[in-house]
Design a protein around this ligand. Sequence first.
Ligand SMILES: Cc1ncc(COP(=O)(O)O)c(C=O)c1O
Ligand SMILES: C[C@@H](O)[C@H](N)C(=O)O
Length: 344
Amino acid sequence: MNFCSDNVAGMAPEILAALASANDGTASSYGADPYTARVEAKLSEIFERRVLAFPVVTGTAANALALSVMAPPYGAIYCHPEAHIMVDECGAPEFYAGGAKLVPIAGAHGKLAADDVAAVLANGRAGDVHHVQPAAISLTQATECGTAYRADEVAAIAEVAKRHQVKLHMDGARFANALRHMNASPADITWKAGVDVLSFGATKNGAMAAEAVIFFDEALAESFAFRRKRAGHLISKMRFVSAQLDAYLEGDLWLRLAAHANDQAAALVAGLKAIPGVELLHPVEANEIFIRLPLNVVAGLRAAGFDFYDWPGAAPGTIRLVTSFATRAEDVAKFVATAKALAA
Ligand SMILES: Cc1ncc(COP(=O)(O)O)c(C=O)c1O
Ligand SMILES: C[C@@H](O)[C@H](N)C(=O)O
């Protein structure tokens, strides 16, 4: 059983079926199809305001292209040191922004704190020709540590951003997981809290390859369509991306899928915490667990056929476990039973 990532799961059956049914007949290309229009309408309803939505097929493309319209080539983009845009996008944000610099701001449990952001921006050297210019802040929701920003935490950072004329981006690769954990409203934890652009993820939560860059600040969207095309990310048969998002957003499918993933993570961590000597590194507020287990338990779990990442830079025995909409309760139970037996 593979707990490496939610990326290892397949597609939710409802989304796979939607993909097959979208194959009937012809449809206008490059986003002029009815699915794409329906996705933007559904997202406007979900976020309780008109939004502009641009489907892309990877989260890296969503983040890098979103940030390219939020920061000039001489700009500074502030993010957590463990942010995906910092660690796992191979320089794509810097590339598509024409050279903008990612500036790390440390924070507990993968989160930026408004006071820390304010302190950095207070010394942002705005107007100093020798220094990158404060341009954007990027938050990840849920974070790379499996934690979630509350609306008031987002709003506090947004207030600092506004004070310094800086834009606010949210990497929502696991947005649904964070939303379900907090039982919050999509609007409350995004634009109502001051977010300008959201990378809305679906791939990790049941889609095959479907993300949407959502603009709450429509002025920022002006050049996005051209940048997406120039980046090679305007999909000609867009209906097959949008059909995934359309199904994902139908009713509460996206939230049910995230709820299942979160519930499995909660069951997994509840079982593992009962093992003497384990150390949970971060609160489990979505579908990711960062835990340090005795080395013999880690080795034994792998020998028993379980896959998961050792977490780089952490103490020996620290692993990441990720659940998904497809994680089975019996696999969680087997993982816990195996770990407990090895620790005995
Ligand atoms: C926090 C986060 N953001 C963005 C992404 C998007 O990455 P990808 O380009 O692999 O879809 C991922 C991928 O797993 C992620 O974990
Ligand atoms: C490893 C990382 O790049 C990937 N986004 C994941 O969470 O699995």
